[in-house]
Design a protein around this ligand. Structure first.
Ligand code: ADP
Ligand code: MG
Length: 345
């Protein structure tokens, strides 16, 4: 009798130790500056460090291919040869371009990576941002048209139909990088990981204790990273586009980095922040940028009709809206008291 009790206690202690060990696993954390932003990773499991290193290497590779600041990269080569010829590109750039064109069509041109010339004119992400001349904007607008992106899958090459046209993959490349990170984590046998690429969050599985990841939705008017709410997710991506990420102010006007391809000016919809929750980060990246431009009314209906995609939208008059699929996973909690959650429309 005594012996049985002893064995039972031992077994219980062992079980508790095992559960605790799994639940309180320490993650390996990493912070790195890549793709023009801070990339943070929190990865659990035996190969965590190796996986993190592989992800950092991969993101560097993708940055070199897709940023217009690297002259040897695919994006720069495509721009340089615009109107002249197709250029051979990496398979990953091809995938990103295909997605870009797909989402341009789906969003009626709100998403359009051929805004490259306009992005350059404004220089919002540079040290010398400025309000361009109206005529310059109108001239550059003529060069914006996603239908002029030519993709030849057979030869893995791409180009732009007319001279001086220019692509900028800043609105989609980080999303692709996030998907690549998850692919690599899995390759290294990781089952629980979190990566944040400057506002693009992607999570693999749940936290090791079995609870969902809790992702804060930033208060777009707080300078110290306060949240307006939390969304609980597993195996998902949470991507936000906002007018607060990169901008400059002149004569009291805020000029931000998301360009309305119809006007050539920073988009002026009723939104100041647009968050997309989805399974694939490259999709969420394209969709957060485009819904931000499309505005609340259009975006809510649009996202409600997309399978497996949800959204959280914040308007200029500080109202917060969430699509119906987030009823159980989004919790509004605004410390500032300035925002209002509009539950049912
Ligand atoms: P962030 O880079 O801050 O996460 P986004 O994903 O919304 O934000 O991307 C904004 C970037 O996308 C801009 O800096 C620019 O490079 C590019 N861009 C701007 N307007 C558009 C647009 N209408 N369609 C596609 N890309 C855009
Ligand atoms: Mg984007």
């Amino acid at each position: 009798m005594y012996k049985t009790l002893k064995v039972a206690i031992l077994v219980i202690i062992l079980i508790i130790a095992l559960v605790a060990c799994k639940g309180w696993q320490k993650p390996v954390e990493s912070e790195n500056f890549l793709m023009g932003t801070i990339i943070s990773q929190r990865v659990y499991g035996k190969n965590a460090q190796k996986a993190i290193d592989a992800v950092n290497r991969r993101i560097l590779e993708l940055e070199e291919l897709m940023t217009v600041n690297r002259s040897a990269g695919d994006a720069s080569k495509i721009n340089e040869m615009s109107g002249k010829s197709l250029v051979p590109i990496d398979q990953s750039t091809l995938q990103v371009l295909k997605k870009a064109v797909y989402f341009s069509r789906l969003t009626g041109g709100a998403f359009d990576v051929t805004v490259g010339k306009i992005v350059q004119l404004w220089g919002i992400s540079t040290d010398n941002p400025n309000v361009p001349d109206k005529q310059e904007i109108l001239d550059s607008l003529k060069l914006v048209n996603y239908e002029d992106i030519i993709i030849d899958e057979y030869s893995c090459s791409a180009g732009l139909r007319y001279e001086n046209q220019s692509i900028d993959l800043g609105g989609i490349a980080k999303g692709y990088a996030g998907d690549e990170a998850i692919r690599l984590y899995k390759e290294y046998g990781i089952t629980s990981a979190y990566i944040n690429l400057g506002g693009n969050v992607v999570v693999l599985g749940k936290k090791p204790d079995g609870s969902p990841w809790r992702i804060g939705i930033q208060n777009p008017r707080s300078s110290n990273g306060k949240y307006i709410g939390i969304v609980e997710v597993a195996d998902k991506t949470v991507v936000t586009s906002g007018d607060y990420e990169r901008f400059f102010e002149k004569d009291g006007v805020r000029y931000h980095h998301i360009i309305d391809p119809k006007t050539g000016y920073p988009s002026n919809s009723d939104l100041i922040s647009s968050t997309i929750i989805a399974d694939v980060s490259v999709d969420a990246d394209a969709l957060s940028t485009s819904t931000f431009i499309m505005g609340l009314e259009k975006s809510i209906d649009f996202v409600e009709n997309l399978e497996g995609v949800e959204g959280i939208f914040i308007t200029k008059d500080k109202k917060v809206y969430a699509t119906s699929g987030l009823r159980d996973s989004f919790r509004f909690s605004d410390e500032s008291g300035e925002f209002e959650y509009v539950e049912k429309r």
